[in-house]
Design a protein around this ligand. Sequence first.
Ligand SMILES: Nc1ncnc2c1ncn2[C@@H]1O[C@H](COP(=O)(O)OP(=O)(O)OP(=O)(O)O)[C@@H](O)[C@H]1O
Length: 975
Amino acid sequence: MFLKRIELQGFKSFADKTVIQFDQDITGIVGPNGCGKSNVNDAIRWVLGEQSVKSLRSGTNMSDIIFSGSEYRKPVNMARVTLVFDNSTRVFDSDFDEIEITRQILRANNEASYFINKTPCRLKDINDLVMDTGLGKDSLSIITQGNISSFADAKPEDRRSLFEEAAGVAKYKKRKKISLSKLEQTKENLDRLQDILDELERQIGPLEKQAKKAEKYISLRDKLSKIEISVLVEDIDQYNEKINQINKELFDIQAMHTSENVELLKQETRLESIRKEMYALDKQINELQGKYTKAMEENYQLERRKIEQDEKRKYMLKVADKKARQKEIQAMLEEARFEYQDRHQRLMQTQQDLNNRRNIVNDLKTKISKARYESDQANNILTQLQNRRQVLENMMKQPFAHQQGVRSVMQAKNSLSGVYGVVSELLIAHADKALAVNAALGGSIYQIITKNEADARNAISFLKRNRSGRATFLPLSVCHPRKMNEQVITIASTSPGFLGFASECVDCKEIFDPVKERLLGNVIVVDTLQNANETAKRLRYAYKIVTLDGDIVHTGGSMTGGVTKNQSTPVTMRQELDTINSKIEGQKIKADSCLNETDILTQKLQKENDAIVTLQIELAKLENIYATKKAKYDSILAEYQELGVDIEENAELAQDDLVVQMSKMHAVLDSLSLEIQSLRQSRFDKGNDAEQLENQIRLVRREMNSKQSQIHNYEMEIVKVKTQLENALNRLSTDYEMTYEYALTKKEDVEIESAKEEVIQLRQAISRLGNVNLDAPNEYKEVKERFDFMTSQKEDLEKASQQILAAIDEMDQTMISQFTDMFNKINAELDGVFKAMFGGGRASLSMVDPDDVLNTGIDIDVQPPGKMVKNIQTFSGGEKALIAISVLFAILKARTMPLCIFDEVEAALDQANVERFARYLSHYRGQSQFIAVTHRPGTMEQCDTLYGVTMQKDGVSKVLKVQLKDAVHIAKEEE
Ligand SMILES: Nc1ncnc2c1ncn2[C@@H]1O[C@H](COP(=O)(O)OP(=O)(O)OP(=O)(O)O)[C@@H](O)[C@H]1O
């Protein structure tokens, strides 16, 4: 049998577990009214998926189908019904030979559960399983009295479902329904998609424009940054070069200005002293002039007396006797001789003076050239010292020029937290121990002191970020001093040449004491290398020892020493600069004294030269006078010889003789004149010198003024270039977040003028772009991707929609063909069945609208034997039932049903018709399984097995097999 068994428990009146076995083709279920017969039918429909509480005749909730209790029985909490089918003929599309379908509901939560072969499943799985097997809820498998009576009265279109079920198109209908709902959904999705696409299309145009603009901006900006970085680096280089150049020129001009100033001061001092000398000379000349005038007065008196004497003599010579005349001539001759000899002596004396002065001049010239040489030497040394000082000052301005990392950190010191500075700047060596401290510190001089390790880490990551070199950091927080023990201190301090510990040779702020002690606390300073060796030996080579010259005996005994080309470090530079400064001061004094010496000698030389000139003039004058006086003497002598007078040769003149006095007076006058002349010459020279100096001073002043304005211009220029440099560096750091060093690595070779022009053009191009939305490319990409995705979705949906339509069309064709086939078969069978049921007459079916097979209603055209009535509404209830049963049997003929449940379908038939119905039923034996809920003995007679359903006082249905006669008995009792 197809339905082998039904198991009920808690379902409606079947409170207890009840099993009904179906072993034969036709099974009858009999019993009195209200005993629960139809509940069996309800149970089967419930399991097969019935969801309508109303059609199950059961309250308002599905849980109402659970046994609700009676006066004698408590309600139960669960209803469960299982149908067991034989599937050996594969009515169900399953590989199992037996299919067991179970439905269960709990009162507690009104929750239903479904099982196929004891495996939980969904209601849909059960619907799919039974679909088109003839067991569906609209199928012919379960026919009730109500179905039968309403069939004839139903509208043609309401009858259609019966034929559809028979034609097996339900699955297509369901699929079509699903397809249509999918189509609808697809259409809705398409509409929604279209709305989104419209919106996206509205956005996409402006976004695309914005994105293109942003891309153009980014490309221009990238290009600009590439070129501008190179231009900025080039500019920075040029500014630095320019600053260096200007500084150099400024330094030169300042040096010149300073030396001119020094020169000016000197010249002014010199002018002042010349003026003083001129004043002194004027005074001296005046005094001498006074003396000279006085001497002239005296001389005048002497000359007057001499004239008187000569007049007297002339008279005597005329009137006096020979002896008297002889005496007069004798006196005249002696005077003339005195005069010429006196002049001769003075001539000789002057000549001697001249020679002496010439010797002095030669001597002075030698001294001057020597003094000049020494002055040149002193100035050369001074220049060398000044050059070295400039080098040192420049080095001190950039103490870490060769330590890129240290330089970068120190430049960025203000923006880095906890960076104190470099060891060489924070520990200041005592000047006399600088070389020793330098040697003691070694490489540590460039270590950077930070507050703690985090600050050091931060500075290191700054160096990495900017690729600005390396540096060593010494965090104060981890800096612990190194101390020597007492024994070592005693040994060291008693060693020869011990000068102290290196930590004692530096000054620093108290906060840096740990650094001082850490780096220098265990280094010993001694005077010489030999003593260093001795000390090292005594300390068993366990300590570093340095000497004043910077030589080192390392721990272990290795030694470092000698001189490097450029030994200067930030530690020694300061000391060297101090030394150089004091040397320069000493050298300046020396150079000045050399110059002074030269000046003094030169003045002396000039003085001597002047004196020589005066002496030469005097000499020439004396030569004339001497010649005149000699001639006078010779003439008097000749005159005397003519007279034949004896002359006493070499007679001495008395001191008070007029001629002697006059000679003395002339000597005084000559000497005064000579002196005055010489002083005047000096005064004249001094005047020239002063004038010359004044001219020079004026020139120097003019020169200095011009230099001062040049210096001012250079200073202004430096301020300007430094501002430009700062601007360029700021641009690098703010616009491109780069240090100069990092930018240098990015610099490309560009032709700078055209690059600058390009920068201007790019900037103009960027500003022409106006407002730029930099998110636009991403936004556009997102929207475009969404748009493309939605468009492809739309195409997919349109394709899917086409496919659904094609599938629907195919399903429609299949349904039309299957429906038409089945309709025709049923129609062909109906007439025969009708004739058998009514004992003649005729019946046929027709489609209300044959052109619309998918929706058409079904009309029944019947004519029972001997009747002319054609309108089906006018037939009696029994006739209508019989017409319906005829159609039912025609369908069963056209399509075999595995199971048919008739619930009192023949109730309205008379006895004869019941028998006809029952007999006809038995025609299907072997083809279909029938379960008939019935009161009619005619039907019972055709049943192979009969079950009687009873209900006792407790309201619980019970089922038991009964014999025909018992069943008939029950039926009769009923009647
Ligand atoms: N949830 C339920 N709990 C208990 N009993 C119920 C429940 N639902 C229905 N019943 C009982 O089932 C009986 C109705 O059964 P059913 O309609 O199958 O009778 P029947 O034998 O077909 O009667 P008839 O011959 O008059 O058609 C009633 O007595 C009703 O009280």
